[in-house]
Design a binder for this molecule. Structure first.
Ligand SMILES: Nc1ncnc2c1ncn2[C@@H]1O[C@H](COP(=O)(O)OP(=O)(O)OP(=O)(O)O)[C@@H](O)[C@H]1O
Ligand SMILES: Nc1ncnc2c1ncn2[C@@H]1O[C@H](COP(=O)(O)OP(=O)(O)OP(=O)(O)O)[C@@H](O)[C@H]1O
Ligand SMILES: [Mg+2]
Ligand SMILES: [Mg+2]
Lengths: 150, 168, 168, 150
């Protein structure tokens, strides 16, 4: 219904506007309806990293897009929680500063939600409450092993 | 509702039975390229009722059955079970008196499929209906596959609208 | 034919003139997210004659002009120059007696464009013709943009054929 | 022409079959024409990492696809060289073992070709003959700086 979509859109947008600058340590972002008719409108996205000018989302860098996407996903999850959030190598395009912000933000959210992260990055591993090792000692055969972080 | 454990047997590279226990907080899965980490994601999606072979990186549903390696013959059955615990008392109404729900999906090389909730046979629809209102429903936004994180930023406005509708 | 240097001014985030000197072997470009590394790739493609705004991550060609930041006003012109040296004497025949070739592309906010080879005005076609037989031609396979490494493995067989045709 | 395409296809395929096991330290891969008519055929790809069974390329992992793609690109470049090869974060999906193989292979090829690599990975940086730092001290303004590797 028109009312329900409008309401949900506003809730998600408020969360997104709040989460984005927390994750980016500055800047701003929001969702916009691209038409007056709430039942037909698509949802546009504007993102402005700290100090930069507001421009086409497509011009953002790989790392900036990933961080923006993460902020939007967390906004959706905060309105309608899921039993768990599963991210497969979402940190692959991130530099050290952003991996730090990303992992600290997840650690904070993990007090209320379960997170399952797949990663190759040592810093992301550091926030683990439990670590699962997946290997193939025998070619083609997956085996689970316990992992120690030095 | 919390995810408690995951058991995989015969699904893709999991030729031997593997059990994942998920505790509170952050679980991190690590390992070299090609060892099976993303296959875990496929297993979870498949168990929750994914019907698109493409979303599981295959051409057809038979691609999820272990099809052999240098040292092992192909297997004829794949089975994945997920166990959820009633952490916040927020189980779907039909199961509000259960402390746990176990969802199981089995597929055979003959093409047959079997589905179970708490070890009782059911239809695929019963599984997808179970999760409809839980955030891991049809357009599950809580699972982001490898290489797909940018999709929500790059997609068309109409597709992004669908995500908001899913939450509504 | 070797790439010798690259000069960027007013193109995307390169509001101040920047010069890259490329030596033998491996040059590695590093820096934090969003600082301009992939913009270097866009600058090279643009200078070699890229006409698709989408391949440069924009909506239109005006997206390559520096459009301002908190501290700086937008600029009205973008200019990129590439210098190649005749390392193995393998320059295109028309330039076989040159030790270097400099290719320059300029764009103005008014929509005008200018092109130069060794500082002599020319058309865009002269630049693309120059590189036709050099492996950095139309379907340049020697430049792999961010996130696109898997394309050659995921693409349709017809598209992969095009790459072989490009080499033939 | 039919002959020329057939010839080029064979040359690229020979190189690809040779490069793949060098890069993967085992396994095999090849290109196949999917039709008899050489002028109409598309080019299929089969990849078999060491010890695994030959299967659909789509089932490969992110890291395996990237390595396979790199092998094919190098095969094309060996037949028709380009003045330089520019790879933007091609190593993002690779684990430590593959980053090692990838960077050593490039170091070897770089004796005859120039490579320009963009990366966040410290191990890839180690093979650099020259290192360019790109930063934004002033928000939105790119500045080149010299970089020291410790
Ligand atoms: N049906 C199947 N039978 C046997 N092996 C399979 C099957 N389907 C996929 N595989 C194998 O599983 C491997 C892929 O595993 P997966 O995608 O989980 O790797 P990964 O650990 O995520 O690696 P990366 O770090 O590179 O992303 C491939 O080598 C593939 O050949
Ligand atoms: N026309 C323009 N004017 C000003 N800034 C621009 C313009 N076009 C793009 N940018 C900015 O350039 C930045 C992107 O740079 P680039 O893609 O080169 O980053 P990067 O160094 O590759 O980062 P990453 O490591 O995340 O891939 C964005 O923040 C974008 O806003
Ligand atoms: Mg993976
Ligand atoms: Mg980039």
């Amino acid at each position: 219904s028109r009312e329900r979509f409008r309401e949900t859109f506003e809730l998600v947008n408020e969360k997104f506007k709040a989460i984005f600058p927390k994750l980016f340590e500055g800047g701003r972002a929001e969702l916009l309806l691209n038409e007056d008719d709430v039942l037909e409108a698509g949802v546009d996205l504007v993102v402005q990293p700290p100090g930069k000018k507001l421009q086409n989302v497509s011009l953002l860098s790989g790392g900036e897009k990933a961080m923006g996407a993460i902020a939007l996903i967390f906004a959706l999850l905060s309105i309608k929680p899921a039993p768990f959030c599963l991210l497969d190598e979402a940190d692959a395009p991130l530099d050290d500063f952003n991996i730090n912000r990303f992992s600290r933000f997840i650690k904070e959210l993990s007090q209320d939600s379960q997170f399952i992260l797949i990663t190759h990055n040592k810093r992301t591993m550091e926030i683990a409450d439990s670590l699962c090792g997946v290997t193939m000692e025998e070619a083609g055969v997956t085996k689970l092993v316990s992992v120690k972080l030095n | 509702m919390k995810i408690k454990n995951l058991e995989i047997l015969g699904f893709k590279s999991f030729v031997d039975r593997s059990v994942f226990n998920f505790r509170e907080g952050v679980t991190v899965i690590v390992g070299p390229n090609g060892c099976g980490k993303s296959n875990v994601v496929d297993a979870i999606r498949w168990c929750l009722g994914e019907q698109s072979a493409r979303r599981l990186r295959g051409d057809g549903m038979e691609d999820v059955l272990f099809n052999g390696s240098d040292g092992r013959k192909p297997l004829g059955m794949a089975e994945v079970s997920l166990v959820f615990s009633n952490g916040d008392g927020d189980f779907p109404t039909a199961y509000s008196d259960c402390s746990e729900i176990m969802v199981t999906r089995r597929a055979f090389r003959s093409g047959e499929s079997e589905f179970f909730i708490n070890k009782t046979p059911c239809r695929l629809k019963d599984i997808t209906d179970l999760f409809l209102d839980t955030g891991i429903g049809k357009r599950v936004y809580s699972i982001v596959e490898q290489g797909r994180i940018e999709e929500i930023v790059n997609c068309k406005p109409e597709d992004r609208r669908v995500l908001i509708e899913e939450v509504a």
